[in-house]
Design a protein around this ligand. Structure first.
Ligand code: CA2
Length: 150
């Protein structure tokens, strides 16, 4: 067992998501990352589960955060631009914790076809894409139900 805090759930956010709400509201909406964190805390607080919430603009830091969460109760990740990264895929595949991938936009309906060609989704139990920031809370609810409210 490592330092992965088996009782907690980790929500990880990749590059540029710190800018959420500042640009491209037609694609990503107007909610900020602070709003995302508030909604995640509300779900985890209600379930009495500790939440680790992080955002990083560095691929290396994201990999460190995934490794730190590998034995946790679950990982919700929006890898953003790192969705197309082999090292991030490898880090996710090394996790014992169940992974749910979230994308705020519908990556299958974007004008750039390559956005749908994520590598990281191969390591996930499932993916929520296009439901805006509500996808994070839905992913958490799924993880909390999945292990029977332990
Ligand atoms: O839809 C998503 O959540 C994405 O993961 C967001 C990524 C994009 O590369 C993926 O294809 C889909 C981009 C995150 C950048 O976030 C910004 C938000 C607002 C303003 C500027 C950047």
């Amino acid at each position: 067992m490592n330092e992965g805090a088996s009782g907690s759930i980790h929500v990880l956010n990749g590059p540029n998501l710190n800018l959420l709400g500042e640009r491209q509201p037609e694609i990503y909406g107007t909610a900020t990352l602070a709003d995302v964190e508030r909604s995640c805390r509300s779900v985890c607080d209600a379930a009495g589960v500790a939440l680790e919430f992080h955002q990083t603009n560095s691929e290396a830091t994201l990999i460190d955060q995934i490794q730190a969460a590998r034995n946790s109760r679950g990982i919700v990740i929006n890898p953003a631009g790192c969705s197309y990264s082999v090292p991030v895929l490898d880090a996710l595949k090394a996790c014992a914790a169940p992974v749910v991938e979230v994308h705020i936009s519908n990556i299958h309906a974007r004008s750039e076809a390559w956005r749908a060609e994520t590598l990281t989704t191969a390591a996930a139990v499932g993916v929520i894409s296009g439901l805006g920031i509500a996808g994070y809370a839905l992913a958490l609810e799924f993880l909390l139900k999945r292990d029977g409210g332990r």
